[in-house]
Design a protein around this ligand. Structure first.
Ligand SMILES: [Zn+2]
Length: 167
């Protein structure tokens, strides 16, 4: 396995469609521990596998139901079952540092994911927890938040980041 480290745009790993996790083994546990360390260090609120070079369907987010910033949710093979409402908020991404824009998302989502114990969870998320879930789920399909901008705005955004983050 390659070293677990934060990957920055235009690293091609960020465009990979990730594969399902069939077995939560000690490697997965180690990956999650490293991801938590990176998320704390970088002051993020969510981090997906490909952002650290791991092309598996896995992400972690801050648990917004807790006041303690150090509470994480670990979501393996996450899926959206139902979605409703609209919300738009200013998003950023640890893999595109320094850039932000308003992205439309669903306000309420019903989701399923497997946690680190291997248990299937069904949850309803709203506002921040919902937005972060959708942002991180996109990462597992190789989608970055500016991909969701309207055409002109998207072109301008990519022109700027392509200039700043050269290959
Ligand atoms: Zn991101």
């Amino acid at each position: 396995m390659n070293k677990i480290s934060l990957r920055i745009y235009p690293d091609e790993v960020l465009r990979t469609v990730c594969s399902e996790i069939s077995n939560i083994d000690s490697d997965i546990v180690k990956i999650v521990e490293s991801m938590k360390e990176i998320m704390i260090k970088e002051k993020g609120i969510g981090l997906a596998g490909p952002q650290v070079g791991v092309t598996k369907r896995l992400f972690i987010t801050q648990d917004f139901s807790k006041n303690d910033e150090l509470d994480f949710l670990v979501m393996i093979n996450p899926k959206i079952k139902e979605e409703s409402g609209e919300v738009s908020s200013k998003e950023g991404c640890l893999s595109i540092p320094g850039y932000y824009d308003y992205i439309p998302r669903f306000d309420n989502i019903s989701v399923e994911y497997v946690d680190l114990n291997g248990d299937l969870n069904s949850k309803v998320f709203e506002s921040m927890q919902s937005i972060v879930f959708q942002h991180e789920l996109d990462h597992l399909d190789g989608i970055l938040f500016p991909d969701r901008l309207a055409k002109i705005r998207k072109e301008i955004f990519f022109k700027k980041i392509n200039k700043e983050f050269k290959k």
